[in-house]
Design a protein around this ligand. Structure first.
Ligand code: FAD
Ligand code: FES
Length: 280
């Protein structure tokens, strides 16, 4: 489905000490960490890939690439605080060092998306890898046709990258639609599930590809809407999130039937997943 990627053996197992160059809170629970990768030891990355971030004595967590490939060797990572590792990642200061393995996984098939109209749907933290993709598209805008972005969050306070949302929304060449499930008194936008944004979508089936990233519950309902658009399954791409340990296909933690999410994915075409009801 996507271009194959060879990860150098040394970065498969060995966390590379990597300096933190910026830390910024984006919301109450998400922070944006910027690190400077060592280009001699860590390969360029692409949207949809992930890195294993480690803190000695604490643990390791898979975190998606958040910056576009053009930013390399700089890398941005957006981390939601949910447990032990992510809580410690939130305490990082500029000048500290974290261990990094990767980039892991296949990523979004950028070559297949080139020349297409794009329908991008981000649910919650799904905006993290899609932030990398959208920024890549913005930097290479002439390579793509019509671009429509649907973004759903639980509430306005959970919207990530608010400054950039404003910039994307004010560009004439990107259709951005945002929905929150529950509004607050300042919210003037759309209220409802992300699926209610499909009323604003019209696609040219002959040349549209869809990329969807969000929590498992979102896939079920978003796919119902996508099916109504009659897009071919091989042009619908979804990223699966599974519990991971090794990230390199050895431990079996991320196995779903015959697929190994960390190796074969995490990005799959719907064509690959439609016979695997356990996957989405
Ligand atoms: C490919 C991939 C990409 C990811 N990208 C990001 C990202 O960009 N930003 C980000 O904040 N998180 C991302 N995650 C999820 C992140 O890896 C987990 O939240 C993290 O490992 C939790 O570690 P912890 O020690 O803080 O929490 P733990 O103490 O391990 O768990 C705390 C809670 O989080 C849940 N949890 C743990 N791991 C996962 C997981 N993999 N998926 C869903 N829930 C989990 C547990 O069930 C528990 O409720 C990604 C996961 C995968 C597999
Ligand atoms: S995380 Fe170990 S096999 Fe995928």
């Amino acid at each position: 489905m996507s271009e194959s990627i060879t990860i150098p053996e040394q970065t498969l197992y060995l966390p590379i000490p990597t300096p933190v160059t910026a830390v910024r809170m984006l919301t109450k629970t998400e922070c944006l960490i910027t690190v400077e990768l060592d280009p001699d030891r860590i390969e360029p990355y692409r949207p949809g890939q992930f890195f294993m971030l480690s803190l000695p004595g604490i643990g390791e967590a898979p975190i998606s690439v958040c910056s576009p490939p053009e930013a390399y060797p700089r890398l941005q990572l957006c981390v939601r605080r949910v447990g032990k590792v992510t809580a410690h990642l939130h305490q990082l200061a500029v000048g500290s060092t974290i261990g990094i393995r990767g980039p892991m996984g296949n990523g979004v098939p950028l070559e297949q998306l080139k020349g297409q109209d794009l329908l991008i749907a981000a649910g919650g933290l799904g905006m993290v890898p899609l932030h990398a993709l959208i920024n890549h598209i913005v930097k290479n805008r002439a390579d793509y046709g019509t671009v429509t972005v649907l973004y759903g969050a639980k509430e306005p306070g959970e919207l990530l990258f608010r400054d950039e949302l404003l910039q994307w929304g004010s560009r004439g060449d990107l259709n951005l639609h945002i929905a929150v499930n529950i509004a607050d008194e300042d919210w003037m936008g759309h209220v409802g599930m992300i699926t209610t944004l499909f009323q604003y979508v019209s696609v040219d089936v002959a040349k549209t590809a869809a990329v969807i990233v969000g929590p498992p519950v979102m896939y079920h309902f978003v796919m119902q809407e996508i099916r109504k658009l009659n897009l071919p399954p091989e042009r619908i791409f979804l990223s699966l999130e599974r519990r991971m340990k090794c990230g390199v296909g050895k431990c079996g933690h991320c196995q779903i039937n015959e697929i190994t999410v960390c190796q074969d994915g995490p990005v799959f075409s719907y064509d690959q997943l439609k016979t695997l009801p356990e996957a989405i």
